[in-house]
Design a protein around this ligand. Structure first.
Ligand SMILES: NC(=O)c1ccc[n+]([C@@H]2O[C@H](COP(=O)([O-])OP(=O)(O)OC[C@H]3O[C@@H](n4cnc5c(N)ncnc54)[C@H](OP(=O)(O)O)[C@@H]3O)[C@@H](O)[C@H]2O)c1
Length: 253
């Protein structure tokens, strides 16, 4: 069985490769820049924006785990129109695994709307697939909101909620889906706890023994309200075991 991992340099792509390196599957990977060490994987240059390299990337592949994404730049093309063209070139694929995000149908955020459109494209295609929505990754939330204290303060929209999940557990879940075969839209994959950003910042300060403080603010508008109301969480699908606290402690090692 040959698996193609797109977006192999990203948060999810890297976690997938860590685990696939010891698997019996044959692995092909794409990114727009060659990794220093792509071996033991077969690397193919491929760009969803221009379409370059896609035919070569999907040749001889049985399963695709699609971790390529571009939330900020040319997102409509990469997530939707380029994605649609990509789907047109993979009619031979036995299983296409699409990682998505919890709450994208309810949260008024452009990237999420595009991902929802992409889910629809996939659902309406003849490609056997699995769509699995995850909550935000621990490292994504930390990097987005808690990486740079300003004047010894984490200044954050403190009431936003996250049910963050460890990317390694989500990667493991996706790899497990390979042998299960196409499931259509499957259960969400959420982290073990739902925390506010204030609580996450306080945890980081405590675990790392920092002298920083937390300063919170509110934002107007529906987007902030969606995160405040936890539309990006799923209380019934606490699938991950590694908490945000565990993630921070593991980083100390
Ligand atoms: N981050 C989260 O918290 C989270 C939560 C739930 C679900 N997800 C989903 O998981 C998937 C992976 O997310 P991630 O956070 O791992 O993303 P990421 O870290 O931003 O990585 C994105 C990857 O896409 C590649 N890429 C960017 N533009 C491209 C293009 N034009 N053509 C081809 N490849 C391109 C990048 O590789 P190169 O630049 O090397 O080409 C990179 O490897 C996405 O579908 C995302 O929606 C993410």
């Amino acid at each position: 069985m040959k698996i193609l991992v797109t977006g192999s340099t990203g948060l999810l792509g890297s976690a997938l490769l860590n685990q696939l390196s010891s698997s019996a599957y044959k692995i092909k990977i794409t990114s727009r820049s060659k990794r220093e060490q792509s071996a033991p994987f077969e690397w193919v240059y491929s760009d969803l924006l221009s379409g370059d390299g896609i035919e070569e990337a999907v040749k001889g592949v049985d399963v695709i785990i699609h971790a390529a994404t571009s939330p900020l730049k040319n997102s409509r093309i990469v997530e939707v129109s380029g994605f649609g063209e990509f789907l047109g070139k993979i009619q031979h694929i036995k299983h296409f695994i699409y990682p998505s995000i919890v709450g994208i149908d309810e949260i008024p955020f452009k990237y999420y709307k595009l991902k929802y459109e992409a889910e629809d494209l996939l659902k309406n295609s003849s490609i056997p697939h699995t769509i699995v929505r995850a909550t935000q990754f621990h490292n994504f939330v930390e990097k987005s909101f808690l990486s740079k204290p300003l004047f010894k303060r984490y200044i954050v929209p403190g009431n936003m909620k996250f049910q963050s999940v460890d990317v390694s557990e989500f990667a493991n879940h996706l790899i497990g889906l390979v042998d299960k075969g196409p499931q259509g839209r499957t259960d969400d994959f959420g982290g073990p706890d739902i925390l506010t950003l204030r609580e996450m910042a306080e945890l980081k300060i405590r675990i790392n023994n920092e002298t920083n403080k937390v300063q919170t603010f509110s934002l107007p508008g529906e987007l902030y309200k969606s995160f405040k109301n936890g539309k990006n969480t799923n209380d019934n699908q606490k699938m991950g075991k590694i908490t945000f606290e565990d993630y921070l402690i593991n980083k100390l090692d």
